[in-house]
Write a protein that binds this ligand. Structure first.
Ligand SMILES: Cc1cc2nc3c(=O)[nH]c(=O)nc-3n(C[C@H](O)[C@H](O)[C@H](O)COP(=O)(O)O)c2cc1C
Length: 219
């Protein structure tokens, strides 16, 4: 599959089989991920791969629990619904949408690893560069994975609530920030099209491209 096809066919996959990923395929993905551009050439990143069954199980439960909390927080609730009812609905929704996360053969975490390469005057912007660089590496990973028939989904929201627990599972020191993670695995099939609610509101590329000055969109 060439890069254009991989871009067209990459989708957020939340439904995985337990088919293992061969070591050499995983290495191929990781090497190409780290060919991404890196701000100031700093390589202020690392990829952490989890394949050990016990640790994978911990990560899966952690991410599903984070999903439950995300769904609960994102839903606009009517007055009078108790916190316990909201939490229960969040858990049920996560169990409906994400149970196959317990099957995935590998998880990859995109970590910001500060290299202290920016002077104080540039540190804030420098951190942004580090996060952007990790995102580029992850997009490389997603595209090469797609070309290999492997699914992924950028996940940033689910783990935000309990980063310290994640730090413990992965033995991360405090300065290392797990800004993004993805399951990696072979799906039954890749999604096609969009759910009706999203299809209605998803913007077309012409509404998102402005020529020369703001507001002059192709649409
Ligand atoms: C920065 C970022 C954060 C995301 N966080 C999550 C997440 O926490 N959980 C999740 O299931 N999907 C997450 N997604 C996936 C998006 O929901 C998905 O990309 C979007 O709905 C478009 O679908 P597509 O990737 O299939 O085109 C994230 C995507 C991006 C770019």
């Amino acid at each position: 599959m060439d890069v254009v096809e991989a871009i067209r066919k990459r989708r957020a996959v939340r439904n995985y089989t337990d088919r293992p990923i061969p070591d050499e395929t995983l290495d191929h993905l990781l090497k190409l991920a780290l060919r991404a551009p890196t701000g100031s050439g700093a390589q202020a990143w690392s990829l952490l791969v989890v394949r050990d069954p016990e640790r994978r199980a911990k990560v899966a439960e952690f991410v599903i629990a984070g999903g439950a909390r995300y769904f609960r927080e994102m839903r606009p609730w009517k007055d009078g619904v108790s916190e316990e009812e909201k939490a229960e609905w969040g858990r049920e929704t996560a169990e409906k949408l994400l149970p196959s996360y317990r099957n995935v053969p590998a998880w990859v975490f995109g970590l910001v690893v500060p290299r202290d390469n920016y002077p104080a005057s540039m540190r804030a912007g420098g951190h942004e560069d580090d996060v952007i660089s990790v995102a580029f590496a992850m997009e490389n990973l997603f595209l090469v994975a797609r070309a290999e028939g492997i699914g992924s989904v950028p996940t940033t929201a689910f783990q935000r609530f309990e980063k310290d627990t994640l730090r413990e599972i992965l033995s991360l020191p405090p300065e290392v920030d797990p800004v993004i993670l993805t399951p990696l695995g072979y799906p039954e099939s890749f999604p096609e099209g969009r759910a009706p609610a999203m299809a209605k509101t998803f913007r077309t590329w012409k509404t998102l491209v402005h020529d020369e000055t703001w507001g002059n969109t192709r649409a």
